[in-house]
Design a binder for this molecule. Structure first.
Ligand SMILES: Cc1cc2nc3c(=O)[nH]c(=O)nc-3n(C[C@H](O)[C@H](O)[C@H](O)COP(=O)(O)OP(=O)(O)OC[C@H]3O[C@@H](n4cnc5c(N)ncnc54)[C@H](O)[C@@H]3O)c2cc1C
Length: 324
C-alpha cells in the first residue's frame, strides 16, 4: 500500500499512483445476493440491493458525467492513493472518472460493504463521511481511523492501491442551507471532524453564506489532531467565517490550547450562546462517550433522540442541536 505523510492540501496536488496493481475484485459476486439489513456503526442500515438508480443519470445532461455514487446499489470504487494523517488515521482516495463528481450532498455519509465471501460469513456494512467538496471531480476521499479489532477499518487499511471497495450512497444526514443560522457551533472528536468539514467547506466556498462557525475539536495528543494544517489554512483564508479551538486530553508541555475533555466552560467560551435561540445551532459528532457527555446519544440513523448532557444543561433547545 502506498503510504506517505502529507496533508490534505498536498495530496490534492498529487497525481494518482500510476502503478496500480490489477483489482482483486474480492467476492463481488456475492454482493448482489445480499438482501438483509445489517448492523453498521451501532445502527441498522438498510442494505437492500435494488435496480440501478436512475436519479443520477436522468438529472445529468448529455455533456456531463453522471455522479459516481448510487444511493440504491453498492458499486466498486478503485483505491488510488492512501495518505497517513496521524498514527492511526489515513485518507483513502478513490478514483472517479475524469470530470465526474461523487454526487454528495451536504451533509451526507455513504456505506461501505465487505460482501459475504463464503457460507457462514456475515456481510459487514459501515458508514463513512467523505471529506471532498461536493464539486470535486475525479476522486473522492474518506478519512478513516483504524481500530485494532475493527472489521471494516482493518479491511480498508489492508487494501492495496488498485483494489476495490464496495460503496453505496449518499445518505443525507442534514440538509444544509446557506444562512440557515447566523452562527454554528461544532463539537467534534477525532474522525467526528468529517461531517463538520463538509459543512465548513460548503459555507466557506459560498461568498453569499455569512454563517459564522466556531469549531471545538478534541483529540488526544498533538500528533492525533486530524487535518490540522488544512483546518488552519481554511481559518486563515476565511477569518470571519471559521474559528478553530483545539482541545487535547494528552497535551505536551508546550501546548497552549485547551486541555482535558470538552466541558461547559469551553462551550460557553467559544460556541454561540443558547440565548441566541434559532439564530444558532450546535453540531456534535464524536465517539460514544463524547456524544453522551455533550448531547446524549442518537437513537438510530434518523432518530436524534432526546437532548441531554452539557448542551441541555446550558439551555440549548433540542431543535438547535444536531447529532451526526
Ligand atoms: C454516520 C457515521 C459516519 C461515520 N463516518 C466515519 C468517518 O468518516 N471516518 C471514520 O473513521 N469512522 C466513521 N464512522 C465510524 C465507522 O462507521 C465505523 O464504526 C468504524 O470505522 C469502526 O468500524 P469497524 O468495522 O472497523 O469496527 P467494528 O468491527 O465495528 O468494531 C470493532 C472494535 O473496534 C472498536 N471501535 C469501533 N468503533 C469505535 C469507536 N467509534 N470508538 C471507539 N472504539 C471503537 C471497538 O473496540 C470495537 O469493539 C462513522 C459512523 C457513523 C455512524
Amino acid at each position: 500500500m502506498l503510504r506517505a505523510t502529507l496533508n490534505i492540501n498536498n495530496i490534492s496536488k498529487r497525481l494518482y499512483s500510476a502503478s496500480a496493481p490489477a483489482s482483486k475484485g474480492k467476492g463481488l459476486a456475492f454482493a448482489a445476493a445480499v438482501t438483509a439489513g445489517v448492523l453498521a456503526g451501532g445502527y441498522l442500515y438498510s442494505n437492500r440491493s435494488s435496480k440501478k438508480s436512475e436519479t443520477a443519470s436522468s438529472n445529468t445532461s448529455k455533456n456531463q458525467v453522471a455522479p459516481a455514487l448510487n444511493p440504491s446499489e453498492f458499486i466498486p470504487f478503485k483505491l488510488s492513493e492512501v495518505v497517513s494523517v496521524s498514527p492511526n488515521t489515513s485518507i483513502f482516495r478513490f478514483k472517479l472518472e475524469e470530470g465526474q463528481t461523487a454526487g454528495l450532498s451536504v451533509a451526507s455519509c455513504l456505506l461501505t460493504m465487505i460482501p459475504v465471501q463464503k457460507e457462514g460469513d456475515k456481510v459487514v456494512v459501515r458508514p463513512y463521511t467523505p471529506i471532498t467538496h461536493e464539486s470535486t471531480t475525479g476522486y473522492m476521499d474518506l478519512l478513516i481511523k483504524s481500530y485494532p479489532a475493527g472489521l471494516m477499518s482493518n479491511h480498508i487499511f489492508n487494501l492495496s492501491v488498485g483494489d476495490e471497495l464496495l460503496i453505496k450512497g449518499p445518505i443525507t444526514k442534514l440538509n444544509y442551507e446557506p444562512n440557515m443560522r447566523k452562527e454554528i457551533g461544532m463539537i467534534a472528536g477525532g474522525t467526528g471532524i468529517t461531517p463538520m468539514l463538509q459543512v465548513i467547506n460548503k459555507i466557506t466556498e459560498n461568498s453569499d453564506d455569512h454563517t459564522k462557525v466556531n469549531l471545538l475539536f478534541a483529540n488526544n495528543a498533538e500528533e492525533d489532531i486530524l487535518l490540522k494544517d488544512h483546518l488552519d489554512s481554511i481559518e486563515k483564508k476565511y477569518p470571519g467565517k471559521l474559528k478553530v479551538h483545539y482541545v487535547l486530553s494528552k497535551p505536551s508541555q508546550g501546548w497552549t490550547g485547551e486541555t482535558g475533555f470538552v466541558n461547559a466552560d469551553m462551550i460557553k467560551k467559544y460556541l454561540p450562546s443558547s440565548s441566541l435561540g434559532e439564530d444558532a445551532m450546535v453540531f456534535v459528532c464524536g465517539p460514544p462517550g463524547m456524544m453522551n457527555a455533550m448531547s446524549g446519544p442518537k437513537n438510530g440513523p434518523i432518530d436524534q433522540g432526546e437532548l441531554s448532557g452539557i448542551l441541555k444543561e446550558l439551555g440549548y433547545a433540542k431543535e438547535n442541536v444536531f447529532k451526526f
